[in-house]
Design a protein around this ligand. Structure first.
Ligand SMILES: C[S@@+](CC[C@H](N)C(=O)[O-])C[C@H]1O[C@@H](n2cnc3c(N)ncnc32)[C@H](O)[C@@H]1O
Ligand SMILES: [Zn+2]
Length: 449
């Protein structure tokens, strides 16, 4: 009741924003979602003031504030605060001087603390989401947090789900709750009344330990962060996922091999010297750039693909396919190598070029999925006999996409593998020679069934 009233009142007050919204995003969705969120926070804070008997309105910082509308509403409603985002938006100029928005990149370290702030907010704050409870916990004993998790990120890289019994979303909410509890918060979960699929918020309002327990809780936080994938004491075989879209490539200043692979992150001596909480976190870049290997020249990619395939086949020269080897012996599926082993075999120039691309070698090999299978930091040749045939139960759309791409590209194995393609031509989705090539159909938006 209280909420609906607050929501209606705010909606009326800020409805003109919809008319003047200068961003490309849908104004109705953004404005009303932010209004709903503001209504929720204003009531949460009002109740908190009543509980604590404190009349002063709580201060806040919105991390990854995007368009800044939430900051604008909360500030206009009397809460001192600011928003920080790595990329400023056009709409920022419309709010007036009372709305404080800063363009800067947040890196979790000893300098990114907010000792005088009551609440840290992370609404769909992507890479920052797991860090927000940590930043709040370390800012001061008094600092609280509010997050609405959306895309799934761990401390470094993508969050990888462990338990398939839960949905990815549930698993992620449980992970953020675990982060909050480990940081020493009582974490509460609630559901926002917004028409979004990601509407659960997690709130850390109070601590589970007395102020004197700070040091030992902080040691626990450090141990936990270091044990997550990508951390220095994460279980073996856990390599961080490639950085998220929009994030900087790993270790642009690191040594050749590491930068190209984006592995080996952790609490290194350098990271402690800089006050970093985990080296390997790189805030995303201000400007979105295409750096996912798609921009590399085709002949460069082809050369690396051939070189890596050659390594996997044990150094035998590829390209010259002899007809007797095709039928006489079993198809050579080659071995598997770790990405680090592959990187060691590549020349400096190739590595340097790969390092400039996001995800480096790993992404290039993953993009060449016809040829390679990349899993847990290891690569091997794809054995197309093991690819499951398209089943009836696969969604219609997926099957249609498959049939549309059937034989529209040349089979790499047919052309390059010493034993040719492991599949007969009628079962291979790729063309065995130019004679089989079909023209690629461009997909229209709406197609009759
Ligand atoms: C999905 S958007 C959400 C924006 C806004 N909170 C909202 O709900 O509309 C995530 C935002 O986080 C910002 N961001 C991501 N990583 C950041 C970092 N390390 N430092 C500052 N901002 C960051 C991005 O620029 C982006 O605007
Ligand atoms: Zn083939």
């Amino acid at each position: 009741m209280k909420y609906s009233k607050a929501y209606q009142a705010l909606k009326e007050k800020y409805k003109d924003m919809v008319k003047v919204w200068p961003e490309v995003t849908d104004p109705e969705k953004f404005v009303y979602e932010d209004v709903a969120l503001a209504a929720y926070l204003l009531i949460l804070w009002e109740e908190e003031r009543a509980e604590r008997g404190e009349p002063t309105r709580q201060s806040f910082v919105d991390l990854g504030c995007g368009n800044g509308l939430l900051v604008h509403i909360l500030s206009s409603e009397g809460h001192p605060g600011r928003g920080i985002d790595v990329r400023r938006r056009k709409v920022w100029d419309m709010y007036g001087p009372e709305t404080h928005l800063e363009e800067s990149a947040i890196t979790p370290n000893d300098k990114t603390l907010f000792p005088d702030v009551d609440w840290l907010i992370g609404n769909h704050s992507d890479e920052l989401t797991p860090w927000i409870p940590v930043i709040a916990a370390r800012s001061s004993y008094n600092c609280r947090f509010f997050v609405v998790p959306c895309c799934f990120f761990d401390f470094i890289g993508k969050y990888q789900r462990r338990q398939s019994k839960k949905t990815q979303y549930r698993g992620y909410l449980d992970f953020i709750t675990e982060v909050g509890s480990t940081c020493g918060f009582h974490v509460e979960e609630d559901c926002l009344r917004i028409p979004s699929t990601k509407r659960v918020c997690l709130i850390g309002k109070s601590r589970t330990y007395p102020p004197a327990g700070e040091d030992s809780v902080d040691e626990r936080r450090t141990r936990y962060i270091n044990s997550r994938p990508g951390g220095p004491v994460s279980p073996p075989g856990q390599v961080p996922a490639p950085p998220p879209p929009g994030a900087a490539a790993g270790g642009a200043d690191g040594p050749e091999g590491r930068g190209a692979l984006d592995v080996g992150a952790g609490h290194t001596p350098e990271s402690s010297a800089e006050g970093l909480w985990l080296s390997g976190f790189h805030p995303r870049e201000k400007v979105k750039r295409v750096r996912n290997c798609a921009a590399l020249p085709r002949d460069f990619i082809d050369r690396v693909v051939l070189q890596v395939a050659n390594l996997l086949l044990g150094g035998k020269q590829l390209n010259m396919r002899s007809s007797q080897s095709r039928s006489a012996k079993a198809w050579n599926r080659g071995g598997s190598l770790s990405l680090a082993e592959v990187a060691r075999e590549l020349d400096r120039d190739t590595l340097r070029r790969l390092r400039r691309e996001r995800g480096g070698l790993r992404t290039l090999l993953r993009n060449s999925s016809q040829v390679f299978h990349v899993l847990d930091g290891r690569v091997r040749l794809r054995d197309w006999r093991e690819e499951r045939p398209r089943k009836e139960k696969e969604p219609e759309a997926k099957r249609r996409l498959f049939s549309e791409t059937f034989k529209t590209r040349i089979c790499w194995f047919f052309t390059h593998h010493p034993d040719g393609c492991v599949l007969p031509s009628d079962r291979c989705p790729f063309a065995h020679g130019p004679g089989e090539l079909r023209p690629a159909t461009t997909r229209k938006k709406k197609q009759p069934l």
